[in-house]
Design a protein around this ligand. Sequence first.
Ligand code: URP
Ligand code: ZN
Ligand code: ZN
Length: 472
Amino acid sequence: MKKIIKNGIIVTATDIYRADLCIENGIITQIGADFSEQGAEVTDAKGCYLFPGGIDPHTHLDMPFGGTVTKDNFETGTMAAAFGGTTTVIDFCLTQKGKSLQSAVETWHAKSKNKAVIDYGFHLQIVEMNETVLKELPKVMEEEGITSLKVFMAYKNQFQADDETLFQTLISAKEHGALVMVHAENGDVIDYLVKKALAEGNTDPIYHALTRPPEAEGEATGRAATLTELAKSQLYVVHVTCAEATRKIAEARNKGIDIWGETCPQYLVLDQTYLEKPDFEGAKYVWSPPLREKWNQEVLWNALKTGQLQTLGSDQCSFDFVGQKDLGKDDFSKIPNGGPIIEDRVCILFSEGVKKGRITLNQFVDLTSTRAAKLFGLYPKKGTIAIGGDADIVIFDPTVERIISAETHHMAVDYNAFEGMKIIGEPVSVLSRGEFVIRDKQFVGSPGKGQYLKRAKYGTFKENKESKPLTI
Ligand code: URP
Ligand code: ZN
Ligand code: ZN
């Protein structure tokens, strides 16, 4: 059925204007005014913004980690994402040494099939590089439309890959059109510091932060940038937390290296003191890299404003406080790393960023949706509001005031990292490919409706080139 959304204010990464939208077969077919409403389902969006659906380029759903499995899976995680204004997630598909890449992708398809309520894609982890992987990689990328590869420089004896693996991944990615993503922390140094802290009897959550200093993030970021320059490749640094890493990215960009940086809402509004909360509550804020001293927040906001960092991911990786985080009650290194962020990513940036005058409305759209669509091969089908694009639309009330709480959130976990935070703005309704997933703040979608996205190669869309025309 034809849908019309009228009286809203359309916001893209470049424009703000009042217009009505006509949606047919999941696609935006007209943008204008005075459409015939005959036979159409009409939604009045008066007083609301219409944003392109958020794209979260960094999620860990149903992921085994730290002796347990993340609490939110592809059903609960994507449902919570939709409530928060996100209509696409790109999740990290983990691989194992000695096992085929294809088998890992199949595992991730099995986790997500018939579960996701919004569209989704996968990044592929590279944990080792050898003749077998080198041979299989282009085939998997081509067949699965996976055009981003993830290398962990930390989590020694678990996910961590060595520099040779990273370097070869960068070379292979350049050849086959993929973007390499890094978790940039020096895992060897961290491993030493963790062992030392525990040997000295320091077991509380705060030692998670103290054993992962910002210098370890800055060093790894700079090293990854240098390897990217050597390989003449392209790099995306996930979850940037601090001045040291931001500076390395800015320096590399100034040198002309093709490098991009992502930060996450938690680093913009929370700080290291949260890990000192009594009664083990600090464990709720244990993730990697850790929360930093508060002054880093201003550095990150400025980097978003000036374009030194370009995207906002959630790094959704949720564990219950009771029954999961408490695995590390007597040893901070056993606390499963990660937090529940997927639902509040977009709204926190709107409230803390746009409402407080730190970024513009256009920048907000770019950071939460458009830039990720461009970098990860989804633009212009996704990431903007344009004729021929998928009707992934957020009808957003910019005036409503509310308080974030686990009592009202939709994630499956027993706490919210932003508990008690007052924010302004909320999605009223959310459409995924023209179908309501959220309507008037109620979930009306269904598990399995979300489609797996095969993505275009890195560089398909270039800022200064015409994008490929859309066909309706
Ligand atoms: O603590 C975190 N961030 N958990 C998820 C895995 C990762 O490093 O992104
Ligand atoms: Zn990470
Ligand atoms: Zn992550």
